[in-house]
Design a protein around this ligand. Structure first.
Ligand code: ADP
Length: 585
């Protein structure tokens, strides 16, 4: 038998009948036959090799070969192809398995991601991380004092346990943004040397239902592993709002998360070494279940700092900053009424930036002044304006300043400027807010009426100087502001002839769902008209009063306007110098 592949055959031009003759004549030594091909390989006795065409599956050649004793080799092409087939199948299978494994891998990744959603993103501070101390939190002595007892417990839980004392599980820190709630929570962890787990409540809630709840579980599990420790949940109102208030019923993701939080708060026993601190500036919208004893049963108010507090906070944030000798932080504290701790930190930071920009070595009063202007008014705009517009600005601003000086005293004016700031059409008169009001939150009817008068004094000055037909829309923002106050006086505080009735439609209605579902009765048409009339009356009377005050001080108005147009900005002290013989009627 031949190994056919070892030979090379030339194409023959012999015909089929020639082949038959050659076979009969005994010239052929052997034939290589492929059942599926239409040619055969022929080896002659003289050594020639040729390929000769035949019929498909030609039986005659086979018969003739056997008749003439020609060696006939049949190529088992099936076997070949089956080997080829099986190899191909094998490779196909391999590719298939490989592809399948790839798909499996990527889907398992997606699946693990999906299931991993539940893992809480809580930022974990180890003991070394928390280097905040109570000394870093200035100006909130009451809150700090209340929280200090927690430290004793976290440091020495056994002593309180032995005395049978129960430490609150949850403490709610209530106050405006930037007043130092997070800082206080960190200070407790730092002072007692326990781990601090912090998460913003909004991070709990994802698109997928159930994720928030599993994150809450995960957070508490972490806390149990690290007990004693502090959990800090910032902006708890984003999940802790009253349940059943949405249009979509009571089963949405946020509510499930809140339910889980309540369960977890109940789940760990008293004195387990975990204290949950939560911060919010909207305690009024929290679910009552969250506030009941055993959960967030202690509430600590963190208010905006008063004068002394602002002074202390400014000192804390100036510690690492070189200040000029003439910088008096008490003066700057008096100029920053209404600022939160975060605002004050920002003020000192902006001052340092301004100082660096001027290549000075120490932060000067000028740097702080510049930073204060930037924070309260925005950036200066370099628009060049005509004298007429400067005049309109000046009359408006000085008019307001004079009425403020009459109503609130000459110290109430911090600064008057006709330089526009980005976002404002005109100048600005900075009137210092009343510290008493800031710290107590109490506003009298007289104070509100005075605010409306001051707001409308710019328009009053225009009426007095230019006449009623020449007034501009410069005072539009102030009119908006005064109308809002007048509306609150009538509908919320009972400061009008309507009497002590709450007619505020939006009162506590933070959820659209509630008002839709409850079908709350609306205010009667007649009452609405009375409300509108009262708002108009208050505003008109305030404007008339302001007009009178401006008329009585007309010459002083003209004098100060002239100086303001010339100097563009005058501060409180310069204003005091210019003010003489103020007529207070
Ligand atoms: P909140 O949590 O109340 O929104 P933060 O505690 O996050 O406010 O305060 C933000 C930043 O403002 C703090 O990192 C801190 O630098 C500064 N700050 C706020 N309040 C005070 C304060 N009472 N004393 C010192 N710094 C404060």
């Amino acid at each position: 038998m031949f190994l056919n592949s070892k030979f090379s055959y030339s194409k023959s031009n012999k015909s089929y009948s020639d082949l038959l003759l050659e076979l009969d004549s005994g010239n052929i030594l052997s034939i290589y036959f492929y059942p599926r091909r239409r040619e055969i390989d022929v080896i002659y006795k003289d050594g020639r090799k040729e390929k000769i065409p035949i019929l498909y599956n030609d039986q005659l050649i086979i018969e003739k070969s056997s008749e003439n004793n020609v060696d006939l080799t049949i190529n088992n092409s099936r076997k070949d192809s089956s080997i080829a087939n099986s190899t191909a199948t094998f490779f196909l299978l391999l590719i298939f398995i490989f592809g399948f494994a790839l798909i499996l891998k990527s889907t398992s990744k997606i699946a693990s991601k999906a299931f991993g959603f539940g893992k809480s993103k809580a930022k974990f501070f180890t003991i070394e991380d928390v280097n905040t101390r109570f000394d870093d939190v200035a100006g909130v002595p009451e809150a700090a004092e209340e929280l200090k007892e927690m430290i004793n417990f976290l440091k020495n839980p056994k002593r309180l346990n032995d005395l049978g004392a129960k430490i609150p599980k949850g403490v709610l820190l209530i106050g405006p943004p930037g007043t130092g709630k997070t800082l206080l929570a960190k200070a407790i962890a730092g002072e007692s040397g326990v781990p601090f787990l912090s998460i913003s409540a909004s991070e709990f809630v994802e698109l997928f239902v159930g994720v928030g709840a599993s994150r809450v579980r995960d957070l508490f599990e972490k806390a149990k592993e690290n007990s004693p420790c502090i959990i800090f949940i910032d902006e708890i109102d984003s999940i802790g709002r009253q349940r059943g208030s949405g249009i979509g019923g009571g089963n949405d993701e946020r509510e499930q998360t809140l339910n889980q939080l309540l369960t977890q708060l109940d789940g760990f026993s008293e004195n387990s070494g975990i204290i949950v601190l939560a911060a919010t500036n909207r305690p009024d919208i929290l679910d009552s279940a969250l506030l009941r004893p055993g959960r967030f049963d202690r509430k600590i108010e963190v208010l905006l700092p008063d004068l002394k507090g602002r002074n202390k906070i400014l000192s804390v944030h100036s510690l690492s900053k070189p200040l000029s000798d003439d910088v008096d932080l008490n003066f700057w504290a008096s100029r920053t009424a209404g600022f939160s701790g975060a605002d004050l930190e920002n003020l000192m930071n902006e001052s340092a930036i301004h100082c660096a920009r001027n290549f000075s070595e120490k932060i000067s009063n000028e740097n702080i002044e510049n930073a204060l202007e930037k924070i309260t008014l925005g950036l200066r705009s370099s628009n060049v304006v005509s004298n007429k517009i400067k005049k309109i600005r000046a009359y408006n601003e000085v008019g307001r300043a004079i009425v403020s000086a009459i109503n609130n005293g000459i110290d109430s004016i911090d600064k008057i400027t006709i330089l526009p700031r980005s976002g404002f059409i005109g100048g600005y008169t900075k009137i210092a807010p009343d510290d008493d009001v800031i710290s107590s939150g109490l506003i009298s009817k007289k104070l509100l009426l005075s605010k409306i008068e001051i707001a409308l004094a710019g328009r009053a000055a225009e009426i007095v100087v230019f006449g009623i037909n020449e007034i501009t829309q410069y005072a539009a923002d102030n009119i908006n502001y005064s109308t809002a106050i007048a509306k609150e006086m009538v509908t919320k505080y009972g400061f009008s002839i309507i009497g002590p009735v709450c007619l505020d439609q939006n009162n506590d209605e933070i959820f659209l769902g509630n008002s839709l579902l409850k079908n709350k009765s609306l205010i009667a048409d007649k009452t609405s008209t009375i409300i509108d009339n009262q708002i108009i009356k208050i505003s008109k009377e305030a404007l008339a009063n302001a007009v009178l005050k401006i008329k009585n001080n007309r010459s002083m108005l003209e004098r100060i306007v002239e100086v303001l147009i010339d100097e563009e900005t005058i501060d409180g002290n310069r204003f005091k110098e210019l003010l003489s013989n103020l007529v207070k009627v």
